[in-house]
Design a protein around this ligand. Sequence first.
Ligand SMILES: Cc1cc2nc3c(=O)[nH]c(=O)nc-3n(C[C@H](O)[C@H](O)[C@H](O)COP(=O)(O)OP(=O)(O)OC[C@H]3O[C@@H](n4cnc5c(N)ncnc54)[C@H](O)[C@@H]3O)c2cc1C
Length: 309
Amino acid sequence: MAEERKKIDLEPYGANTTKRLTIKEAEEILFVPFPVLDHGFVRLIDYMGSDERVVQAARVSYGRGTKKVSEDAGLIRFLKRHEHTTPSEKPHTEWHIKTPLFVAREWYRHRTAQYASFNEYSLRYSEPEEDYYVPSHDFIGFQDSSNRQGRIKINVPEELKDFTRNEIIENSEQSLKRYKALIEINIAREIARDVLPVNFYTTFYWTMDLHNMFHFLQLRMAPNALEEFRAYAGTVGNIVKKIFPVSYQAFEDFVLNAEKFSRLELKVIKHMFAGENPENIYERAGLRGRELREFKGKLEKIMALEMVS
Ligand SMILES: Cc1cc2nc3c(=O)[nH]c(=O)nc-3n(C[C@H](O)[C@H](O)[C@H](O)COP(=O)(O)OP(=O)(O)OC[C@H]3O[C@@H](n4cnc5c(N)ncnc54)[C@H](O)[C@@H]3O)c2cc1C
């Protein structure tokens, strides 16, 4: 069983020699699990390509030539700014991931994972890992009344957090007990699993190209993404940053930490440059409701930036 498990978990293959391009930073962390939440992890199990490969793909018409590193970085940044995306589809990464079922379900919505390439641990074939997710105190919040997909973590009494955690633990233990009881009387695993709640962990392999990885990270690192998913996306993002530093920097500069402005917002900004108080312009510019709230959010983000020294 241990041997079988080892095969599934893809232990390092040993000292291989290769003619393929390798990245020192990736080799160092290959197969190393990075913990996420209480029992989850993310680990890189394979990769292909690098920042250099993006450049090579973009310059295919001229050959690699004698371009300097700074020019390569400039090219990657140009590609990102102008959404010339195919060169960044060349590098790929493959991952072994352990998440609660409710995170995996959202993860699978990213169809561009290499031709929707997921392989998940089968609860028809095998019994579940007995790990379930219990949110830590700092993840627990009240229902957000304006963002229906959100939680508000202000003023939640500690005893309510304890109560919530205990409810989740009790429910999970009960479910596990029921599952085992059904297995005991030889009910099929694919039926018995129906008693398991969505906080049970699952594992899967996931293959993603770099372009769609950035799209995934943009959506799942965003403040409005599910907090548990953000924890995973942040961990994946840190690894991607290590192994594709130039591409990641371009992603941070032009996507992650950048803002888009609508036509109406640009009108308001024009008046702001002329020294007018934006509060006097919103109505005239036709900016109201949710769009106005979102614009104010963008302004707050700008105001929070440090001044250039
Ligand atoms: C904060 C948040 C809240 C969400 N809430 C909900 C929800 O309440 N309910 C729900 O069902 N989902 C929800 N989702 C999931 C969301 O609708 C997307 O399914 C998910 O984020 C994957 O994004 P994507 O389609 O852009 O990514 P991918 O599937 O990786 O696709 C990337 C891009 O490729 C293109 N593409 C891929 N496949 C096709 C296709 N078949 N046809 C045309 N273009 C294609 C699109 O341009 C797409 O943006 C939510 C996502 C987020 C981030």
